[in-house]
Write a protein that binds this ligand. Structure first.
Ligand code: ATP
Length: 243
């Protein structure tokens, strides 16, 4: 018999029937996915599969239809700003920092909706000492790796419960990539759930709990990260999706 105290926990993020169209091109079709509290989930797939469109659609940066739930609450009609306030933040592809602003100013903008932003900044500067060293420097003068760290830190300044991370390792030197993946793995301890899009599928799956394979706008498969790493068929499916 079910214990009377048992609670039915909701996923931290639930996406149902997501569609994205760009002037007639269906970039995402009827996509369903979930991220449970404390999970790191990777969305993999070839170029043009619709991964970035999925992340941008979830936070409301591109037009979409479908339902988005945060902890069971329907937030489908929320603006991007309301999503941030509700705990969902995107760190977009391409290290989008404000290059003319200093590190300090970039962080301040990221924390605009967070009333505990001062404490958050202390924690982030401890975690990323390079940002402390570069605090008064313009972001445009930072190396690519430092800019990516700043882009992630800026997203974290809003103290999200769910962070969407688009291609955080793209174009970075191996040493910086190591740092980025250490940070991603650590986010779980911070109580932050992550939906990660990443080309380096092995590294992504190694820090993840589960994964989804996407191609041509649709989810083709989903499994635990451990199964996906050991499943030759799944790798075939992923590489097959390139054709
Ligand atoms: P990549 O790994 O190359 O970033 P992706 O899986 O993130 O690929 P998307 O960038 O989401 O894929 O693109 C999905 C599809 O939508 C592609 O066919 C792409 O050409 C198209 N697309 C993306 N953005 C736009 C846009 N602003 N206008 C028109 N079509 C777009």
């Amino acid at each position: 018999m079910e214990a009377p105290t048992q609670r039915h926990t909701q996923p931290a993020l639930e996406v149902r029937g997501l569609d994205v169209n760009y002037s007639g091109i269906r970039a995402v079709r009827q996509l369903d996915l979930t991220v449970n509290a404390g999970e790191i989930v990777t969305l993999i797939g070839p170029n043009g599969a619709g991964k970035s469109s999925t992340l941008m659609a979830i936070v409301g940066l591109v037009q979409r239809s479908g339902q988005i739930y945060l902890d069971g609450q329907d937030v489908s009609g929320f603006s991007t700003e309301q999503m941030v306030r509700a705990g969902l933040t995107l760190s977009p592809e391409g290290r989008r920092v404000f290059s003319g602003l200093t590190v300090a100013e970039n962080l301040r903008l990221g924390g605009a909706s967070n009333k505990d932003r001062a404490a958050e900044q202390v924690r982030l500067l401890d975690t990323f000492p390079v940002l402390k060293e570069r605090y008064h420097q313009r972001a445009g003068t930072l190396s690519g790796g430092e800019q990516q760290i700043l882009a992630i830190a800026r997203a974290l300044m809003s103290r999200p419960r769910i962070l969407l991370l688009d291609e955080p390792s793209l174009g970075l030197a191996p040493k910086i990539v190591d740092t980025i993946f250490q940070v991603i793995a650590e986010l779980r301890q911070w109580g932050i759930s992550v939906l990660l899009v990443e080309q380096d599928i092995e590294r992504a799956l190694r820090v993840s709990d589960r994964g989804y394979v996407m191609s041509h706008g649709e989810i083709l498969a989903t499994d635990t990260a451990a199964n996906m790493l050991s499943d030759a068929n799944l790798k075939d499916l992923f590489f097959g999706a390139h054709q």
